[in-house]
Ligand binder design. Structure first.
Ligand SMILES: [Zn+2]
Ligand SMILES: [Zn+2]
Ligand SMILES: [Zn+2]
Ligand SMILES: [Zn+2]
Ligand SMILES: [Zn+2]
Length: 329
């Protein structure tokens, strides 16, 4: 994902200086206004004493403070030797450390890259950083097509007990909002590939699916019996991302458990309020900020537009009122 593309504008100038010997009288120095005898310098048709020129007129490099002859660069009204400019003034690429001239990409973490690295390097599924030795200390791949950077690696979820605790935590937090009747424990399975998740969910692979809830029950007369939930979530997600996906799936369970039939097109939007809740609770982490941003920008009819409808309803009514009037949507 390209976040910021900029164009560097800098000017390259050439000064031409001529050395002359004064032959006519009445030649005056443009700087000190005194008469010139002997050697003098002209630049842009103005004459200067050599010393006046060197001390006051001649361009100096703003980086090394030495005199500039010939080609130089100008940036923010400061002049630089071309080499000083390239080596010390131009921003350096955070991937290859080489100076950046022309277009570059800036990621939300403040890294800047040459444009061409994007197509050649994977980016991290959780934080969207370009994965390289210099930006993320490398990273790893999961089954070939998912990538995690080594910064996020420390925070990915893989431990069964950790998952149990996160579920219990979230269940308590959601209960406070009025989301009740969630099972005390839940079977939560980690899935390595998106293909596997699509296969289980039978949801076409076009959206960024990261979790799915499978719901089985038998009926006994009008009663549901032997209800059975399994939540599938992608493995190796950053903890914040994992919590957000889990909260989303827990809202699906809430709808099932409480027999709430929300209008079909608003179901995913409502469940995304769970993700939003998690990101809001961890807003100091940049990943939350990025994920929220993309939820508010998403054009998906359910996960994006549906979410924004439910979000403005939540703003308006608050959790407890919204939960009471869910059936009316
Ligand atoms: Zn002079
Ligand atoms: Zn210089
Ligand atoms: Zn580079
Ligand atoms: Zn990352
Ligand atoms: Zn969903």
């Amino acid at each position: 994902m390209i976040n910021d593309k900029r164009n560097f504008a800098f000017a390259i100038f050439l000064i031409t200086v001529f050395f002359n010997i004064a032959s006519s009288k009445n030649l005056k120095c443009k700087f000190c206004k005194n008469e010139i005898n002997g050697r003098y310098i002209t630049q842009e048709k103005n004459a200067y004493h050599e010393k006046c020129y060197k001390d006051h007129i001649q361009l100096k490099c703003d980086h090394c403070k030495n005199i500039i002859n010939g080609i130089y660069n100008l940036k923010d009204e400061k002049s630089y030797h071309q080499q000083c400019f390239i080596n010390f003034v131009l921003d350096k690429c955070d991937v290859c450390y080489q100076p950046i001239e022309g277009e570059y990409i800036k990621d939300p973490w403040g890294n800047i890259y040459h444009n061409n690295h994007r197509s050649k390097m994977p980016s991290c599924e959780s934080c969207n950083r370009l994965i390289s030795k210099n930006t993320t200390d490398g990273g790893y791949r999961i089954n070939g097509n998912r990538s995690v950077c080594n910064i996020c690696r420390k925070n990915v979820i893989h431990d069964k007990n950790e998952i149990k605790n996160i579920y219990a935590d979230l269940r308590n937090e959601l209960k406070i909002l009025g989301i009740i009747n969630l099972p005390k424990t839940m079977s939560i399975k980690l899935i390595d590939t998106k293909e596997e998740l699509y296969r289980i969910s039978k949801i076409p692979s076009s959206n960024g699916l990261q979790g799915y809830t499978k719901y089985n029950y038998q009926t006994f007369g009008r009663e549901k019996i032997n209800e059975n939930f399994t939540i599938f979530i992608l493995s190796n997600l950053h903890e914040i991302n994992f919590r957000a996906v889990l909260a989303h799936e827990m809202l699906h369970v809430y709808l099932f458990k409480n027999d709430i039939s929300l209008r079909e097109s608003l179901v995913e939007g409502f469940c995304n309020l769970g993700s939003k809740y998690v990101y809001d609770s961890n807003i100091e982490n940049k990943i939350s900020e990025l994920k929220l941003k993309s939820m508010y920008k998403s054009n998906h009819p359910e996960y994006g537009k549906g979410f924004r409808i439910m979000d403005s309803e939540l703003e308006r009514y608050g959790w407890s009122k919204l939960l009471k009037k869910l059936e009316s949507y």
